[in-house]
Design a protein around this ligand. Structure first.
Ligand code: NAP
Length: 338
């Protein structure tokens, strides 16, 4: 059921890029993806759909590679999902965060403006832009106060998107999704949720070899324990496939806008760990240790989103509940790390 529409996705090999591609292919879109060339020609999460999408090799560092892909593919919709997406890692590569996540987004907007001015653009903004907000829950009017380099870069991209949207002479259609944390079995292992579910699987399956690495380059499970940072950190965790649907919906409107996308439910890292270990029939207290190395230099949160605008305007609500999300992730990792 082709619909003659073309979508170009930066970051197609990431968690969201892969789910979004599947959604758009199902809607009959012609989909192209922009990925970084690597020696192993690894397509990451897009491996399963690599033959159904057109791959362009490039990098957000290179405006020329963006321009060449847009010139060739001429998309109707652009989803800018590429970024160095770990707030924790951004402290040790501040310039990388700014250049890819901030300036890289601007490169996409600027090349699109010249090459495909009619294309609608989705910009992946983030709840991390709220920092440690006084207002709970956060909505589209909550002030931004980024607490890490990643969030500062995202705020820059977000503000440039709004400026391009409001340009009186030649406005661009750029919609920004201020998405709260969303997870899945495709989440990077450097994020706490996936680190926990992978650890549960390695421990439950008594895995001795091929244990995945954590965010500081050591094995996720050592001596039968997993090390976590701040167990009291509070997050609003949704399920990624629910969230990519709203990216598409935001581009089906007549005028671009900002939308907070969240579940409105908050849980601590401790609660996530407790639930994940209990899915595998284990008591988390026997397997979790805390280590200040995993606590970011500046804390964010509590992050809890109010997505009533998205419900009202776009008829969107999250479908997957916290306990189901944890179950999905633990079961996937039990099979993966067997
Ligand atoms: P992800 O899994 O980390 O994917 C990031 C993607 O960006 C990967 O495909 C990565 O490619 C690509 N990338 C990194 N640097 C690049 C560069 N220099 N040039 C081109 N591509 C590059 O992130 P995600 O969870 O899917 O999130 C998608 C977007 O939403 C990101 O912008 C993220 O910051 C934002 N966001 C995510 C969440 C969340 O909870 N997941 C919440 C709010 C906002 P490689 O495979 O080569 O690394």
């Amino acid at each position: 059921m082709a619909n003659n529409k073309k979508a170009f996705i930066t970051g197609i090999s990431g968690q969201d890029g892969s789910y979004l591609s599947e959604l758009l292919l199902g809607k009959g879109y012609e989909v192209a993806g922009f990925i970084r060339r690597n020696a192993a020609l690894d397509f990451g999460n897009a491996n399963a759909i690599k033959d159904e999408v057109k791959i362009y090799y490039g990098d957000l560092h290179s405006p020329e590679s963006i321009a060449l892909a847009l010139l060739d593919f001429k998309p109707d919709e652009i989803y800018n999902l590429a970024s160095l997406s770990s707030p924790f890692a951004s402290f040790s590569d501040k310039l990388g965060a700014i250049m890819v996540t901030g300036i890289g987004a601007l490169h996409v907007f600027e090349r699109a403006k010249i090459i495909v001015p009619e294309a609608k653009i989705y910009q992946a903004s983030t709840s991390e832009m709220f920092g440690a907000p006084k207002q709970v829950p956060q909505n589209e009017n909550t002030p931004f106060a980024p607490a890490n380099p990643y969030a500062a870069a995202k705020e820059f991209a977000h503000r440039m998107a709004v400026i391009a949207r409001n340009d009186r002479k030649s406005p661009q259609f750029i919609a920004c999704g201020i998405l709260f944390n969303h997870e899945s079995p495709r989440r990077g292992l450097n994020f706490v949720t996936r680190k926990i579910t992978a650890a549960v699987a390695c421990i439950k399956n008594n895995k001795k070899e091929g244990i995945p690495f954590n965010e500081i380059g050591g094995p996720i499970v050592k001596n039968g324990k997993v090390k976590l940072g701040d167990l009291d950190a509070k997050r609003d965790w949704g399920y990624a496939p629910d969230y990519v649907e709203i990216m598409w919906k935001m581009l089906q409107t007549d005028s671009p806008d900002d939308f907070v996308i969240a579940t409105g439910e908050v849980h601590t890292v401790r609660e996530f760990a407790e639930e994940a270990f209990s899915v595998a029939g284990l008591n988390w207290k026997n397997y979790v240790e805390t280590d200040p190395h995993f606590v970011p230099p500046v804390q964010t949160g509590p992050l809890c989103g109010d997505s009533s605008k998205a419900k009202k305007v776009l008829d969107w609500e999250p479908k997957t509940k916290f306990k189901d999300l944890v179950k999905i992730m633990v079961h996937a990792d039990l099979a993966k790390f067997s």
